[in-house]
Design a binder for this molecule. Structure first.
Ligand SMILES: [Zn+2]
Length: 421
């Protein structure tokens, strides 16, 4: 187990551990990091010593992605969230920019080690061991995603196998030759590889893969998606949550009862997104404690979550988010007065033999309307069965249109299945 001692701290010890990290963070930032120094000064905090307890912490201003984008738009390539001179930083990554301008993020050597450490919790939570061989079918570009996972596998002592610059058949062959026991990729890509394997007469369940770890999309937390990945690969599939600007903060344990937040490296809060007041269900707000070069404090993730109250069967005391990430607040659709997350549509669609799908959103006057395109067996009849299941589950009638197999886009990285017209 990775850092089992930290994962099972009692509430008071965990709070004390976090507080010493928060204080170290404040000491590093005030006066050195222009972004946080200015933001906190406005809120009345002038020295690290002004932060005397959790009540003060709760008064620190929330931070939104919009502020970070604005900072990088007006204050140069990397903005002002820099604690050290530029030469201290050794890596740059950027967000995919699916919801606007991409954010660029720098890491120092220390914060890159921190990324690897956080991913160690993710992989160990899924049961990855030193004798595992982890395959990363990932293009190793500017997106941080699996770069950090790769470092995490190495930090854990497993064998990390790069799968960049290869097409899917070559990747399958590499997995077979090198005896990969762990597959780390997006849920969509795990499903796509299954399809490619079947087309080539390879039975993926006969490969030694025993664990799959997913990121980049909510899919692995959706029971119907997980079931298809597990059945196809003959493996157990685990979800994880992270963000380029924040780090890898959430992971599943063997109990698979939602996502644990790594509270030894992050402070997690849940707020009512409208009022900012603490809530059991609402928006996840995070602070990272080990990325001192470009940290985020009380950052609004835009993820809707529900905090579990019962302890987890695995024995970890870290906070647990029931059902994982329930949806992106900015992805929520309002269809005839009903709040619908695209993940809820996916959960239903994936119960059927659907190879790929797309959610088309268009405006009908002031209202969102949704058309779901599905590559499904049985054409119109297949589409009608999906429609009936959507109606039974979501309580609304959505148009479902069958499309020819292979006609919708495939994804290696973050799938973009919601299309706005
Ligand atoms: Zn657990």
């Amino acid at each position: 187990m990775f850092e089992r001692a930290l994962e099972t701290l009692d509430a008071a010890a965990l709070r004390a551990h976090q507080w010493s990290r928060v204080q170290a963070l404040a000491r590093a930032l005030v006066g050195a990091n222009p972004f946080w120094t200015a933001k906190w000064r406005e809120a009345g905090l002038r020295a690290a010593g002004d932060l005397s307890g959790w009540d003060d912490f709760a008064r620190l201003p929330l931070t939104s992605k919009g502020e970070l984008v604005e900072d990088q738009t007006t204050n140069g390539l990397f903005g002002t969230n820099l604690t050290y001179p530029l030469e201290r930083y050794v890596r740059v990554h950027q967000t995919s920019g699916t919801t606007g301008a991409p954010l660029r993020w720098l890491d120092t050597q220390e914060s890159w080690d921190w990324w690897a450490r956080c991913w160690g919790f993710v992989l160990a939570g899924a049961g990855v061991r030193r004798d595992d061989r982890a395959f990363f079918p990932f293009s190793f570009g500017l997106f941080v995603g699996f770069w950090a996972g790769f470092e995490g596998a190495r930090a854990l002592g497993a064998l990390a196998i790069p799968g960049g610059g290869q097409d899917s058949p070559t990747r399958l062959a590499a997995m077979e030759t090198l005896g990969a026991t762990v597959l780390v990729c997006t849920p969509s890509y795990a499903l796509h590889l299954l399809q490619v394997a079947r087309e080539r007469g390879v039975d993926p369940a006969a490969l030694p893969v025993r664990i799959t770890v997913h990121a980049g999309e909510p899919g692995a937390g959706i029971p119907s998606v997980r079931a298809r990945i597990e059945a196809g690969w003959g493996a157990r599939a685990f979800d994880h949550a992270g963000m380029t600007e924040m780090g890898a903060y959430g992971y599943e344990c063997e109990a698979q009862a939602g996502l644990h937040v790594n509270e030894s490296e992050f402070v997690a809060e849940v707020i009512d997104p409208a009022t900012g007041a603490a809530a059991e269900e609402g928006e996840l707000v995070l602070t990272n404690l080990g990325r001192l070069g470009s940290p985020l404090i009380r950052y609004r993730t835009g993820d809707r979550v529900r905090r579990a109250s019962a302890p987890c069967a695995c024995g970890r005391t870290f906070a647990r988010l029931e059902g994982g990430i329930l949806g992106r607040l900015d992805d929520m659709l309002i269809v005839r007065g009903v709040n619908v997350f695209p993940t809820a549509i996916e959960a239903v669609v994936r119960r059927f033999p659907v190879e790929e799908f797309q959610i088309e959103v268009f405006r009908d006057g002031e209202l969102d309307e949704v058309r779901v395109h599905v590559e499904v067996d049985g054409g119109d009849d297949g589409a009608r069965r999906v429609q009936e299941a959507l109606r039974a589950t979501l309580g609304i009638r959505l148009e479902v249109a069958p499309v020819a197999p292979g006609s919708l886009p495939r994804f290696e990285l973050k799938a973009r299945r919601v299309v706005r017209r």
